[in-house]
Design a protein around this ligand. Sequence first.
Ligand code: PXG
Length: 302
Amino acid sequence: MKGGAALKIYLDGKLVPEKKAMVSVFDHGLLYGDGVFEGIRAYNGRVFKLEEHIDRLFRSAKAIDLEIPMTHAAMCSALLATCRANRMRDGYIRLVVTRGVGNLGLNPYTCKKPGIIIIASKIQLYPKELYERGMRMVTSGTLRNHTEALSPNIKSLNYLNNILAKIEAINAGVYEVVMLNQQGFVAEATGDNIFIVTGNRLRTPPISAGALEGVTRNTVMCLAREIGMDVAEEVLTRYDLYTADEVFLTGTAAEIISVVDIDRRVIGSGKPGPRSRALGARFHEYAGSTGAPIYARGGKAG
Ligand code: PXG
């Protein structure tokens, strides 16, 4: 959802009004979900963890044998220029690289030029009240993609696995589901990583369990170590979630959100716990004061 003034969209090297920002029906991004993306946030006139997101974009592209026709540095500059063109200080940036226009048929090598799209807008994944109250989750019947089918580390344009799980969430009257891997271990949520707190220990599933290596995940692990928590990546079961003191999700769009009920088991006190709250506060403090400046000398928008 967007609101306010019409956006200027970066499309293949040009900034165009959103009404004119169109892609071809022959783009394999549309025809086959063939492409990669990143979701990035800006806080207080700075793009949070820009380098990390662009690095991950290039890794995703490499994994699908898609050569991005721009350098890492040029991609960062294009993204910052798009933020400036939209006078962004706080918001959400969607960066998409599609396979490009090609012939019908799966063969990606008929696509000669990848499409590059940068949208600088806003996102609200969950209602505001849920950040105060905490959210409920259920376990989804849809398993996370097998790592050797479509690696969860590739942030690809093919999100049907996650969308099928999201459909289950919405039909069950909740906003998120716990997604398990093929072994039945906890992987992640549909667009967020999952953490549990037990005493002073913070645990999250390893990447090998089928989780995306989230930029927010990595940040939260660092912040938790700084406040003296014992942080570990460990294989987790639903039993571990049900019996934890606290559970929370992390993601660029979600930020940090507490989970207070999973499959009708109340987690801890049934309210967002002290560790999750402390980490959330530290995260916002850190995110608001670091990152790549959009405007020279931290100047104002426009
Ligand atoms: N797992 C999955 C499957 C994701 O797609 C995360 C974890 C969290 O990673 P980051 O790096 O964001 O901490 C994601 C990220 C959206 C949206 O439009 C989804 C994500 C990010 C931004 C927007 O729903 N997913």
